[in-house]
Design a protein around this ligand. Structure first.
Ligand code: B12
Length: 422
């Protein structure tokens, strides 16, 4: 079949996310014998014109749309990003009768409500490499599509969900499929994924719906080999999009060693969970090319950390932050303020704690995006902040009721005194 895959994300942030997930789906479709074209609207001036042109030139039999972001998670002035995707679906419909299949990280959190809102024909929750080619096979043969796991159909009961057990069988995409030929191409941050799934179950996190709770890993050697190929194409900046680079630690060590052994001269940015990180791993990370980490400690209060279901405490954050700094790795720290159990005192504790870490960059978020079926959603429901029938698709936030009138002003004052804080 001819399959047009569209990356709908046009959000421009300092690290531009390239559509690695959609490229993985594209590689799986090609492997199954389908003809694939991939359009990334991030690099198109007029998204609708580009979509119309691609459809008229390629004449797809199926259109897949990747929905990465639902909103920008900004409580102060939230931007709901799905109306633009709904317009995109309408543009596709206006010039093609190919079925429209939705997927992607954002879509996977809201498989029923996003399908309804966007008006797609079907949606696939979670990984697309197995279910999407299976769906194409059925469509090609004119067979019914009912009964495929993870495939959502309008008005039909939710299907069973299944995550891929082994990543080894899933091909990594070739650069020309998804890395744009723009000027300064070599300076782009190339996303790398080595693991899927997160068992940590933080109270507010949506990852369980996107990747499940079981960690599945690619062989460290295979990842290093893929990095080597990308380096030989001229790329040298890599953003590891794994939920937590250092979990599990033995795998993180193996991965760093595989990169070091290949002598790859690369720069790595990654997300670190402030636990299970010792000096040996930090040094290995630095030797592999890690120059910057996102250190998501979220709070400087042990009481709030326990409420977030974090497995670390502030003492561990301090030790790990120091080890990273000693190894010359830049640290961007994050505070997520206003959760359940937050008080004025814990906010002050957190600000003082973060200040004392001498971070290289420091970002504060007030109010926490509520995702379905999380412990945070249960708390919000119990406190009457959301209703049982709320699908939470529209950006909805938790801010501890007692802090609502105080916290935003306190943070505005803090930022005036500390202008480098984001
Ligand atoms: C790494 C990451 C980042 C990095 C990105 C670095 C980079 N260059 O890529 C950074 C830190 C910069 C970042 C920024 C932001 N992020 Co972010 N990010 C992630 C994270 C942890 C991983 C995303 C990823 O790369 N996955 C790896 C690829 C391989 O998987 P994938 O894209 O999901 O694709 C698979 C499936 O989804 C599916 N699939 C994908 N497309 C399609 C299409 C079809 C048709 C089908 C069938 C299947 C399919 O198959 C793929 C292969 O299995 C996710 C959380 C998560 N666990 O997914 C959040 C996440 C995507 N981010 C999120 C958000 C909100 C943001 C920001 C808006 C935050 C902010 N306020 O700045 C920005 C937006 C950036 C932008 N310009 O778009 C949210 C989105 C939900 C929402 N509320 O909108 C997520 C889900 C986290 C969360 N809070 O739950 N992010």
């Amino acid at each position: 079949m001819k399959v047009l895959l569209i990356s709908a994300n046009t959000e421009r942030t300092d690290i531009l996310p390239l559509p690695l997930g959609l490229a993985c789906v594209a590689a799986a479709c090609r492997r199954a014998g389908h003809e694939v074209a991939l359009v990334n609207l991030m690099f198109e001036g007029d998204a609708h014109a580009a979509t119309r042109e691609s459809i008229s030139a390629f004449r797809p039999g199926v259109i897949g749309i990747s929905v990465r972001n639902i909103d920008d998670q900004n409580m102060a002035c939230p931007r709901f990003l799905l109306p633009c995707v709904r317009d995109l679906v309408a543009t596709c419909r206006a010039c093609s009768c190919a079925p429209i299949v939705l997927g992607g990280a954002g879509y996977s959190i809201f498989p029923e409500s996003a399908l309804r809102f966007l008006g797609g024909d079907m949606g696939i929750r979670g990984e697309g490499e197995v279910v999407f080619p299976a769906l194409l096979e059925r469509l090609k043969n004119g067979a019914g599509v009912y009964g495929l796991s993870d495939l959502y159909l309008p008005g039909q009961p939710a299907p069973g969900n299944a995550f891929v057990t082994h990543l080894a069988g899933l091909q990594l995409p070739e650069p020309d499929l998804w890395i744009p030929r723009v000027s300064g191409r070599e300076e782009l941050w190339i996303p790398v994924q080595t693991r899927r799934g997160c068992p940590l179950r933080c109270s507010f996190c949506s990852t369980k719906d996107i990747q499940g709770t079981t960690i599945r890993k690619r062989a460290a050697e295979a990842v290093a080999g893929w990095l080597g190929e990308l380096v030989s194409c001229g790329f040298r900046k890599f953003v590891f999009v794994d939920n937590t680079f250092n979990v599990p630690p033995p795998y993180a060590r193996e991965l760093c060693r595989a990169i070091v052994q290949r002598g790859l001269d690369i720069t790595i940015w990654c997300l670190v969970y402030p636990k299970w990180l010792d000096r040996e791993l930090v040094d290995l990370m630095a030797r592999a090319g890690c120059r910057e980490v996102s250190l998501g400690f979220e709070s400087g209060s042990d009481q709030v950390l326990a409420n977030f279901h974090k497995r670390f405490n502030t003492a561990e954050v301090r030790t790990i932050s120091r080890m990273l700094a000693d190894a010359g790795i830049r640290r961007t720290g994050f505070l997520l303020l206003g959760g359940p159990s937050e008080t004025r005192q814990t906010v002050e504790e957190s600000l003082a704690f973060a200040g004392s870490l001498n971070l290289d960059a420091f970002k504060i978020t007030t109010g926490i995006r509520i995702y379905p079926a999380t412990a945070l959603a249960a708390t919000a429901l119990a406190q009457g902040i959301i209703r049982p029938d709320d699908d939470l698709l529209q950006p909805t936030f938790y801010l501890a009721p007692a802090l609502r009138d105080w916290l935003p002003q306190r943070i505005a004052d803090y930022r005036r005194a500390h202008p480098s804080v984001m």
